[in-house]
Design a protein around this ligand. Structure first.
Ligand code: AMP
Length: 283
């Protein structure tokens, strides 16, 4: 039976019981408006642990000024309905003042500043500080053995891995591949903002990433040229480019070997989409 909890004290009471019976606890942090991408993380959590906590919290501190915090889709009833069909033990849906009770006086800075300063960190200054702060809080509140994140937010994943490693947090971070619509478009709550015509155009982003990967696999080594080509293709198709970058899989710095990931963020109208793919896992 799914427990729905809003208060940290109630959550602690529940988790104390789970811990007493030595259950392995996993946490899947989300901002809600759940889709198959989120559900894949939750299903994996069920397979690898005995107690699954899903958090749903639209975190204000990771939205930069002028972004979509107010209009971000909040669909708590539908979300709890879809979670209750799975074997989730607890859904944690705190109010903002439960998480930021003290006026956000202890923000957590990302320990690896390079990762925070590029790509989404550059375009959305302060975003990762908000992410790392809320993730740290959730880790402290839930104290999970395992936390599961999507590779869809690849830069975020690396930053969280660094957070855990650098601060010696006793939590195993597991990542899972991006779930896509049949068209190839990466599932995202923000896809709901797309107009009908932009929705038809949106899958071209992943098409473009796959084309870049093919070129690399065919031996093209001039990555700067490949990036230029991709940007031109996307611009012609009506996208505005934030970044399109071929970089090192582990550090997101300039490539040093064949371990590559392609990261992209683009605008279609007022909607910002991100996507990525590793070069070596694509066939
Ligand atoms: P969000 O609710 O957007 O903050 O995402 C919550 C978690 O779900 C994050 O770890 C995301 O990386 C992950 N996620 C979002 N979209 C997808 C997707 N299409 N496939 C897999 N995981 C995803």
């Amino acid at each position: 039976m799914l427990k729905k909890i809003k208060k940290i004290t109630d959550l602690h009471r529940e988790l104390t019981e789970a811990r007493k019976s030595k259950k392995k606890i996993s946490l899947v942090p989300t901002m809600g408006n759940l889709h198959e991408g989120h559900l894949s993380l939750i299903k994996h959590a069920q397979n690898i642990s005995e107690y699954v906590v899903v958090s749903i919290f639209v975190n204000p501190t990771q939205f930069v000024a002028g972004e979509d915090y107010n209009k971000y889709p909040r669909t708590l009833d539908a979300d709890t309905e879809s979670i209750s069909k799975l074997d989730v033990n607890l859904v944690f849906t705190p109010d903002t003042n439960e998480i930021y009770s003290d006026n956000y006086q202890t923000p957590i800075e990302v320990p690896v500043s390079y990762l925070e300063s590029i790509h989404c960190g550059k375009s959305r200054p302060g975003h990762f500080r908000g992410v790392v702060t809320v993730v740290s809080e959730l880790f402290n509140i839930v104290q999970p053995d395992i936390a599961i994140f999507g590779e869809k937010d690849y830069q975020q994943l690396l930053i969280i891995r660094n957070l855990v490693k650098n601060l010696f947090l006793p939590i195993e971070i597991i990542s899972l591949p991006t779930v896509r619509e049949e068209s190839g478009l990466a599932m995202s709550s923000r896809n709901n903002y797309l107009s009908q015509s932009d929705r038809q155009r949106a899958p071209m982003l992943y098409e473009c990433i796959k084309t870049t990967i093919k070129s690399i696999k065919n031996g093209v080594k001039d990555y700067v040229d490949l990036e230029k080509e991709a940007k031109l293709f996307l611009e012609k198709a009506g996208f505005k480019i934030d970044y399109y970058s071929i970089c090192d899989l582990d550090t997101l710095r300039s490539p040093i070997n064949e371990n590559l990931v392609i990261l992209a963020a683009v605008w279609l109208g007022k909607t910002r989409l991100i996507d990525n793919a590793r070069v070596h896992t694509y066939d």
